[in-house]
Design a protein around this ligand. Sequence first.
Ligand SMILES: [Zn+2]
Length: 596
Amino acid sequence: MSLFPQTFIDDLRLQANILQVVQEYVSLKRAGRTYKGLCPFHSERTPSFHVDPEKGFFHCFGCSEGGDVFKFLQLHEKVGFHDAVKMLAQKFGLALPEETGGAGDEDRRKDASLREALLKMHEVAAAYFREQLASPAGARARQQLAERGITPATIERLGLGYAPSGRDSLKGRLVKQGFAQGLIVQSGLVSERDNGEVVDRFRNRLMIPICRDTGSVIAFGGRSMDPTQVPKYLNSPETAIYSKGRTLYGVNLTKAAIRKLGYALLVEGYFDFAQVLQSDAFHAPGAPVIASCGTALTVQQAQLLRRFTTNVKLNFDPDTAGQSAASRSCELLVREGFEVKVVVLDKGEDPDTFLRKRGPEQYRNKLKQSRAYLDYLSEKAAAGLDFQKPDTQRKFLNEMLAVAAWLPEPAMRDQFADKVAQRARITAEVVQSEFRKIAAKRQTALAPAELPSLGEVKKAEKALIWWLIQRPEEARVMLDTLEEEDLQVLSARRIFELARTLHEEPAESLPSALIQRLSTGDAQLVTKIASEPAPPATSVDECVRAMRRLRCDQERAAIQREIDRLQELGATQHGHEIDNLWQRKKVLLHRIEGLT
Ligand SMILES: [Zn+2]
């Protein structure tokens, strides 16, 4: 969260030359009006990373990263927006304004100082737990780690520790370090009992620090020491610095390896992670492993991962619970545009047990044999089926139709159809046409059938976005002719509404002002569209007309539904109303014609 006034950010944005900034990290070649180079955010051999210095943004067609000069620094230097602003101001010689202001700023500063205190407390806690593990109190925990085959080097790398059994062991340390009780409660490191008593949350547990991708400790996982101790894993609650759904365990240690090797190996548990990390299955730059810690991945985790790679090999425990988290994670990753492969170990094995029993060489072989997720799915469904029977074919095909329905790309669907056809010995055309039908049905389920084709609207929206960035002056005039209601039906509504609020902005700085204010996802969408060399529609007028037509079509459809309803109730009683509706429909049809 920035504590600087927006006017300062805007000034800086105008001063800071994105080309100059990016060129310090990436070698760029001129390609017409824009520049091209190898993307610094994913590994590639042919350049798909573009910089548009005039409009002030970058975009990578390979990994979809995109945004303005602040975003570039944030991603590249792994810093927050606030620090990116500071770095740029220094570089371009702008004096930083006082970080003061109204009540909003006051709140934000309070949040910032709370987060800072929580981070410090976690630092103290991590050091305390490490100390305890090395002390006589940690003897059993050390022994358990040794039995699990975790080496001292790994213990140190992961910062593992031990929380003693006392009720105020860590709390005592935090109080001694001068943290106020109110802050300690907000850290999640203690729990408040019903009688108001505050005690250590983690007692007699093996402690695993959970870090941000930058390495700061933000939470802990605590593993039980005895089988009778429940739960087996106790985790930090969500706090001002920790959100489970936005954190990927281990990425702070392995992000360089992930980038270098071009994929991430997703395992389930802390000990799977530790075994893979320390195994000899990977030489320099090390294992590209991360852990999901038992739950299905979230969109935010996928976004975090996308900063490092869009290829994932998934190696989950093939028991049923793990399996369903695994399939949800796979589906999410495929939808989010990742290439997903599945590593299959023998029944009952996870990476932890497999590596200990069978060693790194065999694990490496299993990784090599990993299969594309969709292949894996269809093979699993086909296992043991006798395709001589037509019933079996139908059953199998239905199961695969459910998969085809959520595949995001037509090309992907067609490829999948070929594989399914091959497996079930059905003609490819038959499967393809069924797959297309189900995909079309899904689209119509999302949008009422009477709407103009979704493709057309999407194209108009995309085109207007392109024009907004590349020809802001013309686009802005047209955008202003749209009514609030026209915007309501659009999927890129947020982008257009924001653009309309920027009327104070001179046309030439509208593109960068817009990109800077958009959410990461929206900014990526905008930079992707704007990086296309030609607009998706030949004139901005055409896009605006298509958008208006959409709204008219919707109104017309609503009127038609009302007419149908009244006619069913009895045309004679409702003749007058029906006539009125017909009149309105005629006017609309006329308008629609004029817009076509
Ligand atoms: Zn990229």
